[in-house]
Design a binder for this molecule. Structure first.
Ligand code: HEM
Length: 302
């Protein structure tokens, strides 16, 4: 399993949580990642200020920022409830930051790995293209979202790609709040438990031949243990962007596959080296050979 890359300050703060705040401040000043974070926070704070200055104009919008700001001016809440339900500017910036980071790298990484897997497994790619041609190969744009979300082989590719390369492998942690014992293992309050997603996804007892790309495992089939496929975590605090991420992934892949075919080229890497700074990443760019498919020019996919 690719191990997490952590800088010394992050390591220190996970060993001694009581100095976490000081470590975070030092990190923001000293590390290039920390400096980038500080820059991003400044930009986010500026956008929040702009939005606050023009609150009336955006009333009724339901974008994420507006939803975070809304309780401040909700006429249905009394001043006390308004105060209790409102987030501070810092909390709003933190949430926007989390959404940006959690929602951007994850889906793009998943798509990069999937493109590589399909390039390497041309027979699976052909099945996917046939499905897309059959169901989306018309000029009709109406209902495209519903159609894409119902394609069973695309769904199987989505599940299998995220099984083999789950973009997040070290974030699914929980803190024990009540002493308990599970299968003879005792947990004390405060103990941190990490879910080994990569290991579960590559366990041959759970997924036979785990290193093989076999979308058929998931084709019209969801008959697996609910804790065996965990790219989005689990439980009430699982990924809040799961449906959105799935939609982005499927739309992008359907569109790509409808017009292009992918192959490994002379510069492609095989196996694909991965590293794990925060999200799982391919070590370098994913280089593939792309060729335009010979499709009926009258067909207008999307
Ligand atoms: C392929 C795409 C994605 C993957 C694999 C992914 C994976 C994950 C995982 C594993 C977690 C931790 C869940 C847990 O602890 O049980 C998480 C949390 C989160 N994700 Fe995603 N994610 C994806 C896309 C997105 C998108 C598109 C967004 C937002 C637009 C998003 C926003 C978040 C947020 C805000 C959290 C923290 C939720 C909380 O703590 O309550 N993610 N994600």
């Amino acid at each position: 399993m690719p191990s997490p890359e952590r800088n010394v300050l992050m390591q220190l703060s996970s060993i001694f949580p009581e100095i976490g705040g000081a470590c975070a401040e030092l990190n923001a000043k000293l590390s290039s990642g920390g400096q980038s974070e500080t820059w991003l926070f400044k930009q986010l704070s500026a956008v929040i200020e702009q939005r606050k200055a023009a609150m009336q104009e955006f009333e009724g919008n339901n974008d994420a920022l507006q939803l975070l700001l809304n309780p401040r001016q909700s006429s249905s809440l009394n001043p006390e409830s308004q105060r209790r339900n409102s987030l501070t500017d810092r909390e709003i910036a933190n949430n926007c930051f989390a959404f940006l980071l959690a929602g951007y790298e994850t889906t793009s990484t998943a798509l990069a790995f999937s493109a590589w897997l399909l390039a390497k497994n041309s027979s699976k790619q052909s099945i996917l293209q046939e499905e897309i041609d059959e169901h989306l190969g018309s000029q009709e744009r109406e209902g495209w979202y519903e159609k894409v979300m119902k394609l069973p082989y695309l769904d199987a590719v989505f599940h299998e790609a995220l099984r083999m390369y789950p973009p997040i492998t070290f974030f699914v942690n929980r803190t024990c709040v009540r002493a308990c014992e599970i299968d003879g293992v005792k947990f004390e309050p405060g103990v941190q438990v990490s879910v080994p997603i990569w290991t579960i996804h590559h366990d041959p007892e759970v997924w036979p031949e785990p290193e093989k790309f076999k979308p058929e495992r998931f084709y019209k089939n969801k008959d697996y243990h609910p804790m065996a496929w965990l790219p989005f975590g689990a439980g009430p605090r699982n990924c809040v962007g799961m449906r959105f991420g799935e939609m982005q992934f499927k739309m992008a892949l359907a569109r790509l596959m409808s017009r292009f075919s992918l192959e490994l080229g002379p510069e492609s890497q095989d196996p694909l080296p991965v590293r794990n700074p925060t999200a799982m990443l391919n070590t370098d760019r994913v280089v593939l050979k792309v060729s335009e498919r010979k499709i009926d020019v009258n067909q207008n996919y999307f």
